[in-house]
Design a protein around this ligand. Structure first.
Ligand SMILES: *Cc1c(COP(=O)(O)O)cnc(C)c1O
Length: 496
């Protein structure tokens, strides 16, 4: 059955999957949602025998119904290949009574690769299907992980270009090194003098600039977004939950139909929403455990029914979760409002204005699938150390937030359901914080000092993606003021 996509805020008609991917955000500012969630049409024993690519096809074909089998398989084959450093693509590690779903074996060693390695192919296929002749220019502001994953995904993909703005002094040394060494004829990386919000507002302004859009159109270009609200990022994230369940069943770790809980370290609410969609497709998932760091806006929301972004922004050791507006939550709000776009638009308007909103008791009672909690910085560090000392397993700071929340959940509820924890980054991406948590001392300031120290202490192999940064030449040294972003874009596209 065909799946069409409409806005959570109700205006505008339904569009096909490929049109939703090309547009990113709906024209009324809402997010595209499927008009129904399709049920898995393969039984789980069959899926247990499939590899990652086959499983991804079985899931994605149900959502991207206007893609042909050949188109979709081509996208999948080009995305999930040897740029992942393991044959399984997403291996599961067992430690401390849980299964850690390692989503960080892609080219930039964080889970964003799971979606951003396929999005470029979904995007160019969508352009072809809709007779878009323009070159698609991806414009992104990044606080670290998304920028590099998008660069790696779109580099040298025909028919696309990508421009990434990052705050010059606001990303980790490894993250900056990853971005400024990015190869590719069609990529531009620029450090702006300002913080992430300046970069983000600058990008939003460029997206809304009609004059620029017209000038680009005349020259055969159009903008698109690789942001996590694009359904072309959400749908690929459903696949690994289905794959992981199949793996556990295939290895005899769980029985057929056995319910498994899922814990997700959450920022923008994309990853956990994908797990929710997997559950709605019929995958036997029990609780969806939403783990926050000290920016615990979601914990408060699940507890009280009030979402309130008016609070101090805390800089933590899990920066990819330092977020006060979880964009993808809008899709869940829409659903618990009974697919009422008027109600959703009103709540999102309140968030935009007063910075907060309160859901009704009825909506609150529809949140039973979810459990929210958070971990402090000290609890996160203790978790890294405990896993290392007791199990010899090294986890990154984001995964540690999830692991610590899982511990709290078990203590609070006594629930002993088998559990998968989404492991979202390699410990080498945040080596300094991980070393500190493990109590390991190292000397020196160099970018690779904590990396080498972590390797010495833990014996875990340094990923190729980090090794190659040591000698990779710096290719991007461009910097600009936030006010100059438009000129930089025009220059790159040769619009002068
Ligand atoms: C982006 C990111 C997250 C948060 O994921 P959301 O889908 O935004 O909730 C968690 N951990 C890491 C390492 C990330 O890069």
């Amino acid at each position: 059955m065909e799946v069409l996509y409409g806005s959570t805020r109700g205006k505008g008609g339904k569009v096909t999957a490929s049109q939703a991917i090309l547009q990113g955000l709906a024209p009324d500012g809402g997010l595209f949602v499927p008009d129904h969630i399709p049920a898995l049409d393969r039984n789980i024993e069959e899926i247990a025998k499939m590899d990652y690519r086959q499983t991804a096809y079985e899931v994605m074909k149900l959502f991207l119904t206007d893609f042909t089998e050949a188109e979709l398989k081509n996208c999948i084959d080009r995305a999930y290949d040897s740029k992942f450093d393991t044959e399984e693509i997403v291996p599961l590690a067992e430690a401390a009574g849980a299964y850690y779903l390692e989503l960080f074996h892609g080219p930039t060693i964080a889970f964003k690769d799971m979606a951003l390695s396929i999005l470029p192919y979904l995007m160019t296929t969508s352009a072809r299907k809709n007779n878009v002749k323009n070159k698609i220019v991806i414009l992104t502001a990044t606080s670290g992980d998304t920028g590099k994953a998008a660069l790696a995904g779109f580099a040298d993909v025909e028919g696309t270009g990508i421009i990434v703005f990052y705050p010059k002094n606001g990303v980790s040394p490894i993250q900056e090194r990853q971005m400024v060494t990015q190869k590719g004829e069609n990529v531009l990386v620029v450090g702006i003098h300002g913080n992430f919000d300046d970069a983000q507002s600058g990008v939003k302004k460029l997206f809304a600039d009609r004059e620029l859009a017209a000038e680009m159109e005349k020259n055969g270009y159009q903008f698109s977004s690789a942001n996590s609200i694009n359904i072309g990022r959400l749908v690929p994230q459903i696949c690994y939950y289905v794959y992981a369940y199949g793996t556990l069943l295939g290895e005899g770790k769980i029985a057929r139909g056995e319910v498994v809980n899922v814990v997700v370290p959450t920022g923008n609410f994309g990853n956990i929403l994908a797990a929710f969609y997997a559950k709605k497709m019929g995958l036997p998932i029990g609780k969806l455990i939403c783990a926050s760091n000290e920016n615990k806006v979601l914990f408060d929301f699940f507890r009280t029914g009030t979402y309130d972004r008016n609070r101090e922004f805390v800089l933590t050791a899990s920066p990819s979760m330092d977020i006060l507006i979880s964009s993808n939550l809008e899709r869940l709000i829409y659903r618990i409002a009974g697919n009422d776009s008027g109600e959703t638009a009103e709540l999102m308007g309140a968030l935009n204005g007063a910075g907060k909103y309160e859901i009704t008791e009825e909506m609150k009672s529809a949140l039973g699938d979810f459990y929210g909690n958070y971990a402090t910085e000290a609890e996160t560090e203790a978790e890294i150390r405990r896993l290392y000392e007791e199990w010899g397993y090294v986890i990154d700071t984001h995964t540690a937030v999830a692991s610590a929340v899982y511990r709290k959940y078990r203590e609070e509820t006594g629930d002993r359901t088998r559990t998968m924890i989404a492991s979202t980054a390699s410990p080498y991406k945040f080596a300094g914080s991980v070393m500190k948590a493990m109590g390991g001392a190292y000397e020196g300031e160099g970018v690779f000092t904590p990396v080498d120290a972590l390797n010495r202490v833990s014996g875990v192999e340094i990923p190729g993606a980090v090794e190659e940064l040591r000698t990779a030449p710096v290719l991007h040294e461009r910097q600009c003021e936030a006010g100059e972003m438009k000129d930089v874009v025009r220059g790159f596209l040769g619009l002068q």
